[in-house]
Design a binder for this molecule. Structure first.
Ligand code: ATP
Ligand code: MG
Length: 650
């Protein structure tokens, strides 16, 4: 790849950050050599326990005996850790800055106010018959009540299962059924980019489509837009009516460290979604600690993660991590392009955001609009930038660093998964020199490794399947109701190791470069290639806005390289350009990576969280578009028809 630039840690960052390189090395060594001592101390320092734990780590990745327990004899409550314990010192401090879809609407919610709202809603849930261990589905827009509902569940020991508000009624219905949830919390409508999303209507349709609609006993509806909704008087309740008259005092349930906190279905890039179960103690310790070290969060900072609470990023890094740390977290209802593409800049300026955390897809969308896309917004409050969700191609990394960060903010590329609960591989801002495109080094307690297809460990630099050798506190404990699937999916491919499903390369400095999902790896004439590398090269070409690469059956090479390219606005799709792109990849990576077929794609099939669904692109390239599988989580199903119609013939 063309970009090998290294961005060293500045002296200023090394001196001021929670961890510099020496501290990182020392803490990391302790975390893997002496995990009981390390995590015991961290857990006591980070979290308030009701009953102290005596046992720290008790994990086994052995086939047939996968068992993961942390702090198992300790008890605690996550909501009390996020709220109650801060009241004495920071009751009036802003916990959540809510920024509405409409730029003129925002709200500052103090810790005391949030505590009271959570207490009232927790009591309202109890009055609805929700008990410890029950599952509550949340299908909500990005409004404060979403965070309130999460914390209210945690307060009474109910298990929340958030389904992203952009999902269809079918996708919602399946998740409600699979989780065994008898209550759904939603709103009349949501707002996104000036439009309204009919959430209550979708809930009604989801329930109607279920095998047993009567299993949903209660639907709680937040009045958000005031739009018209159908009403079932036996089942539906207005949120504001339920909380009216409830006391703010609701005792926090004493939870075992291994009691479930939430279920979350993965974003569905690869197939049938899995309901990952996260538990209480290990999760909150890890979420809080990663939030502190990765974003170098300090008292008084204003931190903004642009994710939706429907994704794990929203769980760990909008709500639980920041609030456990007593931080101020921005919750954004809107989209980056509304009212126009300068919105991110405007919000950063308005709330004087210090740490900003978003996804490569958002960065590329802005980048496409030119360097002045953020208008004249004052970005001088920014101290650090983060990226998550996909490999960030060096082109986008550079733009993020130069244009948004003005070359002065460390960029932290965070690799992790719904399954991992928190950030796993990342350059800590005061400790690790950044290389654009590399997630770099493991966080404390994380032992990544590469193995070949037979499961043999690869030493030194090389390419392989990314595995994790031992447990860390926030790893998911199970697939909800299906522990066998959990063991099968993550622990059976390579015995005794957690398999991430991703491929990676490790360079001479021990840095990890995620090459994409292993299922997406292409094998051209015996050479294995990650899709990320080829895509990254294409996006570095001035004409290309976005690219997706898949393999297709090729008589001679085994697999050929099929490329879908979205051009920059105004660029003409010509055969000359096709040739130029092939030549560009050839010189950049090598002849082996030369694309065989390039299809112009006005849009790419993406999940609602912005990830390209290569599974679908593979089917189209192979002319098997009658077997696309589950497309219910696609953001815009119409792009598929266009791609099928314009498939390249060989
Ligand atoms: P499903 O498992 O249902 O296919 P998903 O894997 O997209 O969905 P998530 O858990 O949200 O669901 O995403 C985790 C995946 O996202 C990782 O396995 C990896 O492929 C990718 N990813 C996340 N962050 C990064 C990053 N910083 N660099 C490279 N890849 C990343
Ligand atoms: Mg996954």
């Amino acid at each position: 790849m063309s970009d090998h630039k290294v961005y060293p840690v500045s002296a200023e960052w090394a001196a001021s950050a929670w961890a510099d390189e020496a501290k990182y090395n020392e803490m990391y060594a302790e975390s893997v050599n002496n995990p009981d001592k390390f995590w015991g101390e961290q857990a006591r320092a980070t979290i308030d326990w009701i009953k102290p734990f005596h046992q720290v780590k008790n994990t086994s990745f052995e086939p047939g005996n996968v068992s993961i327990k942390w702090f198992e004899d300790g008890t605690l409550n996550v909501a009390a850790n996020c709220l109650d314990r801060h009241l004495a010192t920071r009751g009036d401090q802003t916990a959540i800055i809510w920024e509405g879809d409409d730029p003129s609407s925002d709200e500052h919610i103090s810790y005391r106010d949030l505590y009271e709202r959570v207490g009232k809603f927790a009591n309202a849930l109890k009055a609805q018959g929700v008990k410890k261990g029950d599952v509550a589905t949340l299908y909500m827009p990005m409004i404060p009540e979403a965070a309130v509902a999460m914390l209210a569940c945690a307060r009474i020991g109910a298990v929340h299962s958030i389904v992203f508000g952009g999902f269809s009624p079918d996708a919602l219905g399946v998740r409600v059924e699979e989780s065994g949830s008898s209550i759904i919390i939603t709103s009349d409508e949501g707002r996104r980019g000036g439009r309204r999303v009919p959430l209550k209507k979708n809930v009604d349709a989801a329930i109607a489509g279920m095998d047993n609609p009567a299993s949903v006993k209660s639907v709680v509806v937040v009045k958000c837009t005031g739009g018209d909704v159908a009403w079932d008087t036996d089942r539906d309740h207005w949120y504001h009516e339920l909380v009216a008259g409830q006391s703010v005092d609701c005792p926090a349930e004493e939870m075992g460290a291994e009691d479930p906190l939430f279920i979350l279905y993965t974003s569905g890039s690869t197939g049938k979604p899995k309901g990952l179960e996260h538990t209480t103690g290990g999760y909150i310790v890890y979420a809080a600690m990663t939030h502190k070290y990765v974003f170098d969060y300090k008292d008084g900072d204003v931190y903004w993660c642009t994710a939706d609470v429907g994704w794990v990023t929203g769980h760990s890094y909008i709500v639980y991590g920041p609030l456990a740390n007593g931080g101020t977290t921005v919750m954004f209802e809107g989209v980056p392009t509304y009212p126009d593409a300068s919105r991110f800049g405007r919000v950063i300026e308005k709330h004087k955001v210090n740490q900003f955390y978003t996804a490569p897809t958002a960065i590329r969308a802005l980048m496409q609009k030119g360097d002045d896309v953020l208008g004249d917004s004052d970005l001088s409050s920014l101290k650090l930038l983060g990226s998550v969700g996909e490999p960030i191609n060096p082109e986008a990394w550079n733009w993020y660093n130069d244009i948004m960060g003005k070359g002065e903010c460390p960029v932290v590329d965070t690799w992790w998964q719904t399954e991992t609960g928190g950030i796993m591989i990342v350059p800590l801002p005061g400790a690790t020199a950044a290389k654009p495109g590399s997630a770099s080094r493991p966080f404390f307690g994380v032992q990544p490794a590469l193995v070949d297809n037979e499961g043999n460990l690869i030493e030194g630099s090389g390419d392989g399947n990314l595995v994790i050798l031992d447990g860390w506190p926030a790893i998911a404990r199970s697939c909800w109701g299906d522990p066998a699937r959990y063991e099968e999916t993550y622990f059976s491919t390579f015995k005794g190791m957690y398999f991430t499903g991703d491929g990676a390369r490790r360079d001479d400095d021990g840095y990890y470069w995620i090459t994409g999902r292993v299922d997406d790896v292409i094998n051209v004439s015996g050479h294995r290639m990650g899709t990320a590398e080829v895509e990254s090269s294409l996006v570095a070409h001035a004409a290309v806005a976005e690219a997706a690469v898949v393999g297709y059956p090729h008589a001679i090479k085994g697999q050929g390289i099929y490329v879908y390219v979205t051009l920059q606005a105004g660029v003409e799709a010509t055969d000359e350009l096709r040739k130029a792109l092939v030549g560009h990849v050839r010189t950049d990576i090598g002849p082996i990576a030369s694309p065989d077929l390039i299809q112009w794609a006005p849009g790419l099939p993406k999940t609602r969280s912005g990830k390209i669904m290569r599974r679908i692109l593979r089917k189209i390239a192979a002319n098997e578009h009658d077997q696309l599988g589950d497309t219910s989580t696609l953001a815009d199903p119409a792009v598929v028809d266009d791609l099928v119609a314009n498939r390249m013939n060989r």
